[in-house]
Design a protein around this ligand. Structure first.
Ligand SMILES: [Zn+2]
Length: 309
């Protein structure tokens, strides 16, 4: 399975900053040499692609490091030209992953899933909305593609929901803690809000009782899966209580749905803020390894169906 990454996914931040940038290099290092995984280098998305979603005035403010104080607090990362270049590189990895997924069945960006970013503002460490940019680019040449955004990050995918509100070609599914960040939810096609500190067992029950019907009813041509590593009980922000075995069960269940319908899927990281930084990277890497095992079993020697439309 092809996985896209780049050394510059790691953006230098002050030592006390809570965002675990090291997870990008750590997880890539954990995956290097894994059977069934090929690491490929990401290339930055173009301005033309970023502008498919984001307002020129917003991109200018990031580039010039010129956010209002409240905007800077909401984004949580220091705006600058370098941050915009780094974010465009991460978007590029998602664009490459979806292209690879359409021929190979499954592919991953070892980053991405920055689902809190809206067209005109960044939120919660999300500068650019990679999934939204990828969808807009696909729809520019194939306007009837039906695309499922499967968001199992612990937080609601509010930015993606807002960008595709009213677009019936895009189904946004989000299973998350109801009373956690973002405080103001933007409704998606199907939201599954869970109680704070939900147990792994209850989480899995809710996932298994809501996803299959939505998945079958919509009939996606293509999927973006924002996996999320912030569901772990030792995560600083996720407010869920999954352990490593629950993650394996989540991933296996999602992969079952994807593979049974042979829907090409780009797998993305989403959040992960475990108190143990190495563990954050290990959760992301374990999900990618399970995807690669599934890819080897179901797709390596069996071509995908031709695109439905
Ligand atoms: Zn999250």
């Amino acid at each position: 399975m092809r996985c896209f990454t780049h050394p510059d996914y790691v953006f230098p931040l002050p030592a006390e900053h809570p965002f675990p940038m090291d997870k990008f290099w750590r997880s890539a290092a954990m995956l290097e040499g894994s059977p069934d995984i090929t690491l490929e280098q990401s290339h930055p998305a173009t301005d033309e692609d970023l502008l498919r979603v984001h307002a020129p005035s917003y991109l200018r403010k990031i580039r010039e490091g010129n956010l209002e104080r409240n905007e800077a607090v909401k984004l949580g990362l220091p705006a600058s030209a370098a941050l915009l270049i780094r974010s465009a590189l991460e978007v590029g990895g998602t664009l490459q992953a979806v292209t690879a997924a359409r021929s190979d069945g499954l592919a991953a960006n070892l980053a991405g899933g920055t689902h809190h970013a809206f067209a005109d503002r960044g939120l919660g460490y999300c500068v650019l909305n990679d999934v939204a940019i990828a969808i807009r680019r696909l729809h520019a040449s194939e306007p009837t593609l039906r695309i499922f955004v499967l968001d199992t990050d612990a937080h609601q995918g509010n930015g993606t929901h807002g960008i595709f509100a009213g677009d019936d070609r895009v189904f946004t599914y989000s299973i998350h803690v109801g009373k956690n960040y973002p405080a103001a939810k933007t409704p998606g096609s199907l939201d599954v809000p869970l109680p704070r500190f939900v147990s792994g067992t209850e989480y899995l029950e809710q996932l298994e009782s809501t996803l299959p019907e939505a998945w079958a009813d919509f009939g996606a041509d293509l999927c973006f899966w924002i996996a999320g590593a912030d569901l772990h009980h030792a995560d600083r922000f996720g407010q869920m209580r999954l352990d490593d075995e629950h993650f394996a069960a989540r991933d296996d269940f999602v992969l079952q749905q994807l593979v049974a319908s042979r829907t090409p899927t780009a797998v993305l990281y989403g959040g992960g803020y475990n108190r143990d930084r190495v563990h954050t990277a290990a959760i992301h890497a374990a999900t990618v390894k399970r995807c690669a095992a599934s890819w080897a079993r179901h797709y390596r020697d069996k071509p995908l169906r031709p695109p439905a439309r």
